[in-house]
Design a protein around this ligand. Structure first.
Ligand SMILES: Nc1ncnc2c1ncn2[C@@H]1O[C@H](COP(=O)(O)OP(=O)(O)OP(=O)(O)O)[C@@H](O)[C@H]1O
Length: 272
């Protein structure tokens, strides 16, 4: 992606403009293809120090949107702006620059982390790939990251499968932070975790956003979880954002019928 080298620090760090991702469905024919509009004209902005929550039911396009946000998918139409400048996933050298500035946390740390690598190596690998630092400075970075995410220093020497699920997700968060990104995209980061540790991971993400002044995009099917961490909420339905606003307003005074139905169906915060 073609990220800018001289960031504009006052405006949004990330901006999506009329993003569309269309797929050709298997059910169509060669001459009359059926088109699936996975994302259909999405606009939103993320500023440093704020969490934007994206919520919607399965199939509404959240994962597709996440893959556009982290540069894994080229949109059919629309523009991603990073620090005010357009980026393109087609330009591979600049994609690397953008990739450094957007950290990603996926749903399941058990599959997202290489089970054969020690946590030390998992955390130094992105630094090595980008040719950043010396062995000594990378080792120091691992120490800083482990304490930042609340893991003991001894965790560096073990593999992901030797720590608990909640600790594994902390490792994944540390890895997302190791290149000092300005934005984190967290796609269902607590859905694969035990209920008992979900709140801890959510609190960690909120603390890191504040401490590091990160922009954060938090994606979940669960409106209660999204409410817990988000400053602003975008409600997605069939590829579109049908409601957007400050988390409290969306929660207390939902304007859209779909948002109301999501809220009506949501379990209490105790279940997150
Ligand atoms: N490669 C593809 N080809 C055809 N249709 C696709 C493709 N990828 C996604 N879709 C469709 O696009 C829509 C949005 O999918 P997406 O996975 O983004 O939704 P989601 O909200 O993340 O759902 P989930 O939470 O279940 O993953 C769905 O109808 C899905 O079937």
């Amino acid at each position: 992606m073609n990220a800018t080298e001289t960031p504009n620090t006052t405006g949004p760090v990330l901006e999506l403009k009329d993003i569309k991702v269309y797929h050709r469905a298997r059910s169509g024919s060669l001459f009359r293809p059926n088109i699936v509009k996975a994302v259909d004209g999405v606009n939103f902005t993320v500023r440093r120090g704020e969490t934007v929550g994206i919520v919607g039911e399965s199939g509404c396009g959240k994962s597709t949107l996440a893959s556009v946000l982290v540069g894994l998918q080229e949109p059919t139409a629309g523009e991603v702006l990073f620090h005010g400048k357009p980026v393109s996933t087609k330009a591979s050298s600049s994609k690397k620059t953008f990739g450094r500035d957007v950290g990603v946390v996926f749903q399941d740390p058990a599959t997202a982390l290489n089970p054969r690598m020690t946590i030390h190596d998992i955390l130094t690998d992105p630094l090595q790939v980008h040719g950043i630092g010396t062995q000594q400075s990378r080792d120091a970075k691992v120490k800083d990251l482990l304490s930042l995410v609340g893991l003991p220093q001894s965790a560096a020497d073990v593999t992901p499968h030797q720590v608990s699920g909640g600790q594994r997700q902390r490792v994944a968060i540390a890895r997302a932070l190791c290149l000092d990104p300005s934005v984190i995209v967290a796609d269902e980061p607590t859905s694969a975790l035990d209920v008992s540790v979900r709140a801890q991971v959510l609190n960690l993400l909120s603390d890191l956003k504040r401490e590091l002044n990160l922009g954060m995009v938090f994606i979940s099917h669960d409106i209660q979880t999204v409410r817990y961490v988000s400053d602003r909420i975008c409600v997605m339905y069939f590829g579109r954002i049908v409601e957007e606003g400050p988390a409290r307003d969306v929660f207390d005074r939902p304007a859209n019928d779909y948002t109301k139905s999501l809220l009506g169906a949501a379990p209490s915060l105790l279940h997150i």
